[in-house]
Design a protein around this ligand. Structure first.
Ligand code: RB5
Length: 357
């Protein structure tokens, strides 16, 4: 394989597909914007490309890279998959989750017994990989440094060291890495998707269902949240409202809370102007533990301690960015299962029972 001279770094456009593919096919390193962060990519199947990437990244020799594939059925060629792993692939690929599997002997480029694999959720990138074959990638940043999400950030670090960068904007969060080589899933690197959600997906077998509802004071936030939840891989049941016209929050929140209470939804997220009316309504419904949250720390603690099943927020209290951060943390944090918290929750359930008599 001819190695491309890496002294001049070309800045290519996303439309320059033929050139991008040609550089990769000749053994070059190309920085690609991905659905997670910018990655330095090389063609798989050749020892020299991996050695070159290791040098450019100042990485320890033999430390593995992530293999990006363009189709789920490609994973079989590289990894020994258990039935559970098939479920993981079906549910989380394409997406921002990388799984480490036991490796088949077919990949001479990688001397590790395991292989980290991800299928990106980006049609442009999938198209490139379809033409080059699977690519080994590593974040376009040095170990311990901030990730790169824009062309300039890549050039600041790697100009003259890589063959090309594709001009664009990437996502801003690294993929979650989960070790699936043993019986128990182990979180190796935190990312957008939580270990808890991945574990649940094996037992539930499907997407987690989220009931959402808002009044006019929370409508705009709900619409943004809905799109993100779908992007994050949830199934969303939207109980309204559908506009900014003034309505009564209880008319929308009650059916959503009922869906959680009756198990038709796994969790609920409700938004009114302050979040107060919505949370009071939800907490009237049997089995609901709803927390009104306006910061990320409380979002985490209320899952760990209270095992809350509905999250209430105030559309006029927090901005959309904070709302998304809260929702993300709340959805990805498991209940601690700690006995003292379990005891307290049971006492709340007893009060509820007594009051319902
Ligand atoms: C509606 O104006 C407002 O009262 C409602 O959105 C909420 O803040 C109630 O608690």
């Amino acid at each position: 394989m001819k190695m491309v001279n890496a002294m001049k770094t070309l800045v290519l456009k996303k439309e320059d597909v033929t050139e991008i593919i040609s550089i990769l096919n000749q053994g070059g390193i190309v920085a690609l914007p991905t659905d997670t962060v910018y990655g330095l990519a090389v063609k798989s199947g050749h020892l020299e490309t991996i050695e070159k990437l290791t040098r450019v990244k100042n990485r320890e020799i033999g430390k593995p890279f992530i293999l990006l594939v363009s189709a789920k059925n490609q994973i079989n060629e590289f990894a020994v998959l258990k039935r559970r792993d098939q479920k993981l692939i079906k549910r989380w690929m394409p997406g921002a989750t990388t799984f480490i599997f036991n490796k088949k002997d077919t990949d001479s480029q990688n001397s590790n017994p395991t292989i980290a694999i991800r299928m990106p959720d980006d049609p442009w990138l999938i198209n490139i990989i379809r033409k080059t074959g699977p690519l080994y990638v590593s974040g376009a940043n040095y170990s311990g440094e901030k990730v790169a999400t824009a062309t300039k950030e890549v050039l600041d670090k790697f100009e003259g060291k890589i063959d090309a960068v594709v001009d664009g904007v990437s996502g801003d969060t690294k993929s979650t890495i989960i070790d699936a080589t043993g019986g128990k899933l182990v979180l190796i690197r935190e990312g957008l998707i939580g270990l808890y959600e991945v574990e649940r997906s094996i037992t539930d077998g499907g997407k987690m269902k989220i009931a959402i509802a808002a009044d006019h004071g929370g409508f705009a936030h709900k619409e943004v949240l809905k799109q993100k939840l779908i992007e994050w891989g949830y199934e969303v049941n939207d109980f309204g409202t559908d506009s900014e016209e003034s309505v009564d929050y209880s008319d929308f929140v009650y059916p959503a809370a009922k869906a959680v209470s009756e198990g038709r939804a796994d969790k609920g997220i409700i938004i009114c102007g302050t979040g107060i009316g919505a949370s009071i309504t939800a907490n009237k419904v049997h089995g609901i533990r709803c927390a009104l949250v306006s910061d990320v720390t409380v979002a985490e603690v209320t899952r760990l301690h209270n095992d809350t099943n509905i999250l209430a927020m105030g559309g006029r209290v927090i901005n959309e960015d904070t709302m998304l951060k809260i929702a993300r943390v709340w959805l990805s944090t498991p209940f601690s299962e700690d006995s003292r918290h379990q005891r307290r929750i049971s006492k709340i359930a007893e009060i509820e029972k007594a009051e319902e008599k």
